[in-house]
Design a protein around this ligand. Structure first.
Ligand code: URA
Length: 246
């Protein structure tokens, strides 16, 4: 099954090469795109965070400290690590997933497993570097066996997510799958509602498919890509493949 996100990344690399590195692709994104072929350069999963004019990193650090000792729900019992989120504290684009899985629980970082690798490709295809955006989840502790978080668990974690959104103040939120759609927008039906704009805390919010679902149903990737292109438009970015009608 061809991977539309890998194809788009190849297109971006091609454009950057043809334009001598000065195409629509920013140096940060290029570094990530070429991380596989330029040893020691880029790297998609570094934890360093750029600072911004009103640096809220200390507030995020205190939130992380509070979360690390949180016992508001039973998810605290089996967690190895809490996973607050990571990325640019002044990100304009924020992704919200469901909750940490096994790899995330072990590393204390969001989206670092197979679904995370696909999410990074999706972000790169959108012409963003992973470090430019902020990535978090509805719940900050791993639900045992990767089950769906219970309503009470999502409710217990919601104030933390709200604080993250208040601090980071992104321009756009992307909800990954049915869980954030339900707990942030109170809506059911990701198949029907993906790609439809809503608002959460006054911020433009778009639900799309969860990368783990896309790994299981690769034929849906084209629909997710159509959703993500709507988000790109908000940032004045266009897909090179579309421009070239390929
Ligand atoms: N799935 C999620 O929803 N979040 C993660 O961090 C990893 C996998």
């Amino acid at each position: 099954m061809p991977d539309i996100f890998a194809d788009i990344i190849e297109c971006l690399k091609f454009e950057a090469r043809s334009a001598g590195g000065s195409a629509c692709v920013s140096p940060e994104v290029l570094q990530e795109l070429y991380a596989d072929i330029i040893p020691g350069k880029g790297g998609t999963q570094t934890a360093s965070q750029p600072s911004c004019p009103s640096d809220i990193s200390p507030d995020l650090a205190s939130l992380a400290a509070a979360v690390s000792s949180c016992k508001k729900c039973i998810l605290c019992k089996e967690r190895k690590n809490t996973v607050l989120g990571e990325g640019n504290p002044c990100a304009e684009l924020m992704f919200i997933g469901e909750g940490p899985g096994r790899d995330e629980d072990l590393q204390g970082r969001p989206f670092v497993g197979a679904a995370g690798q696909l999410l990074t490709k999706m972000i790169n295809a959108m012409q963003f570097a992973r470090e430019e955006v902020y990535i978090t989840n509805v719940v900050k502790c791993r639900p045992p066996g990767n089950r769906t978080p219970e309503e009470s668990e999502a409710k217990a974690c919601l104030p933390c997510l709200i604080r993250q959104v208040e601090l980071i103040k992104p321009k756009v939120l992307v909800l990954l799958g049915a869980v954030p759609l339900l707990h942030l927008l109170g809506k059911k039906g990701i198949t029907r509602l993906h790609g439809e704009w809503s608002e959460f805390m006054g911020i433009k919010t778009l639900p799309t498919f969860h990368p783990a679902y896309l790994l299981r149903s690769p034929s849906e990737k084209k629909h997710a890509w159509a959703d993500l292109q709507k988000v790109m438009k908000e940032f004045g970015k266009t897909s090179p493949a579309k421009d070239r009608n390929t």
